[in-house]
Design a protein around this ligand. Structure first.
Ligand SMILES: Nc1ccn([C@@H]2O[C@H](COP(=O)(O)OP(=O)(O)OP(=O)(O)O)[C@@H](O)[C@H]2O)c(=O)n1
Ligand SMILES: C[C@](O)(CO)[C@H](O)COP(=O)(O)O
Length: 475
């Protein structure tokens, strides 16, 4: 059934994670990486950090609202943001915010973000200003906010789960952290700079030190209040803020720690980039051998946890399969509903019920594609967030699904759909169906059809089922 595909004025059921908004800060310039392009545009094993970061969030929290904060001037990143399904919200300069751009609320943008879409907003001169621009762009529904660095684009789903889990257990602020393996010193200018510029001031007890990461999670109202407060700070005080948890600490709010992951490394230098690329490659080996990536060894608990992160799941050179199913009931006799299946109009045949054109074959193909790419499902992409798709044909949805799959870094191998139903008879129009759907997807789509030998609701002529499998691969 396609209740997930609304006609105008209908609403889709809320999805898990829909109260959570994730701000992906990607507006930094990447000075320390030293490339001539913004850091979020720099590819990690062939894919820009922004794409990997947004995909990681979608996988971890399907249906969460995502706000991507981008450098105002980078046309390439805004184009990539749009290819990820993103909608820019209007921005206006905010003179009090170090030259940042503050988001102007935009209803269409918020709806776009509500079910796994992305709102795009321009960032500011500092990370804190960028987070603030992201906060201003979040829609009204979210009450929990995660702030995530695009530079930590390989952060695994298990970390997102742990952060959201702690918030749902009552925490106001939660950050992922790893114990520090080096002995850490504090430094001050040297008494005799002719010897060396700095000398040690003291040595904090290593057992109390943690290296903290993102995503950092907060109760939205508390984070917004802390940022409002910090907005008034100037100079050194503002510059000293290096993460959002600090603002909560300064406000006297307890910040809880959950295990971070080595996969969540912040890509800052060329060396980090090489480590990240090696990690993606070795994750492929792990995936093929069925072993977990070695990510949790240094977690604060001291336990090795299975992260379920992208490195565990993805083998860069391994194709991925996906599955989809759609069921529709025949409309009552005389209802006037027309039959649309496999992108074809079937004159004289009884129509199927549904908010959309009820093209079960095309809808199953869409879900199989989303499933293969790991980017959610029809509800994620074609829910109430995309009013322009209300009433769209099955073939048009398949075209959009294929575009989204490609935007997430995959090419489509093929899609195979099995139709089960008494009517219509596909045999005479099979080639036409294959051609129309293949053109829609830009890849081979084949339809096979069968009756169920009189058994079940298909056999009783009450409705039809379409099962689909899709294969995608990284080009
Ligand atoms: N004005 C800024 C600065 C940083 N960030 C984001 O904050 C995260 C952490 O920042 P960092 O790793 O320091 O990135 P850059 O600021 O780009 O790096 P550098 O300091 O080397 O210029 C990154 O995802 C970055 O895009 C941002 O959105 N806006
Ligand atoms: C937020 C952060 O990733 C936590 O470790 C870090 O503080 C960001 O620092 P950056 O200098 O802006 O990269």
């Amino acid at each position: 059934m396609d209740s997930r595909i609304p006609s105008r004025g209908t609403s889709a059921p809320p999805e898990h994670g829909s109260r959570v908004a994730v701000i992906v800060v990607a507006a930094g310039s990447g000075t320390r990486l030293g490339r001539d392009l913004p850091k979020a545009l720099v590819p990690v094993a062939g894919e820009p950090m922004l794409v990997r970061a947004v995909r990681g969030v979608r996988r971890a929290l399907p249906g969460a609202e995502i706000v991507a904060v981008l450098p105002a001037e980078s046309e390439d990143l805004w184009r990539i943001g749009r290819e990820l399904g993103g909608r820019p919200v209007a921005t206006e300069p905010d003179a009090d915010d170090g030259g940042s751009a503050a988001a102007v609320r935009d209803t269409a943008g918020h709806e776009a973000a509500g079910t796994g879409g992305v709102v795009l907003v321009a960032g500011g001169a500092t990370r804190t200003a960028s987070v603030r621009a992201g906060l201003d762009a979040i829609g009204p529904a979210a009450d929990l906010v995660l702030v995530h660095d695009a530079a930590r684009c390989l952060a695994p789903a298990a970390v997102f789960d742990a952060v959201v889990g702690a918030l749902e257990s009552g925490a106001t602020a939660v950050i992922p952290a790893l114990p520090v393996v080096d002995t850490v010193k504090t430094a001050v200018p040297a008494e005799d700079p002719r010897i060396a510029p700095e000398q040690v001031y003291d040595t904090p007890a290593r057992s109390t030190l943690r290296a903290v990461q993102t995503p950092q999670g907060f109760v939205r109202s508390a984070l917004a209040a802390a940022h409002r407060q910090a907005e008034t700070w100037a100079g050194h005080r503002a510059e000293a803020v290096t993460d959002d948890a600090m603002l909560m600490e300064l406000a006297g709010i307890p910040v809880h720690l959950v295990p971070g992951s080595l996969e969540s490394l912040k890509i800052t230098t060329e060396q980090d980039l090489r480590i990240a690329e090696a990690a993606v490659a070795s994750a492929g080996e792990n995936a093929s051998t069925g072993e977990n990536a070695p990510t949790g060894e240094n977690a604060p608990t001291g336990e090795t946890e299975e992260t379920g992160g992208p490195m565990d799941r993805d083998h860069p050179s391994m194709p991925r399969i996906g599955t989809g199913i759609d069921v529709h009931r025949f409309a009552p006799e005389g209802s006037g509903r027309e039959l649309w299946l496999a992108g074809l109009h079937w004159p004289g045949e009884r129509g199927l019920e549904g908010h959309s054109d009820a093209d079960a074959v095309a809808h199953a193909a869409c879900d199989a594609l989303f499933s293969a790419a790991g980017i959610g499902d029809l509800g994620t992409h074609f829910g109430t967030s995309r009013p322009e798709l209300a009433g769209a044909s099955g073939a048009a949805l398949l075209t959009e699904a294929a575009r989204l799959v490609r935007a997430s870094g995959f090419e489509i191998g093929n899609v195979a759909v099995q139709f089960v139903g008494n009517r219509p008879r596909f045999g005479p129009r099979r080639e036409e169906a294959d051609r129309v759907l293949s053109e829609a997807a830009g890849a081979p789509v084949t339809v096979t059809a069968t009756t169920s030998d009189g058994l079940g609701f298909e056999g009783a002529g009450e409705g039809v089922t379409a099962y689909a499998n899709a294969l995608v691969y990284r080009p």
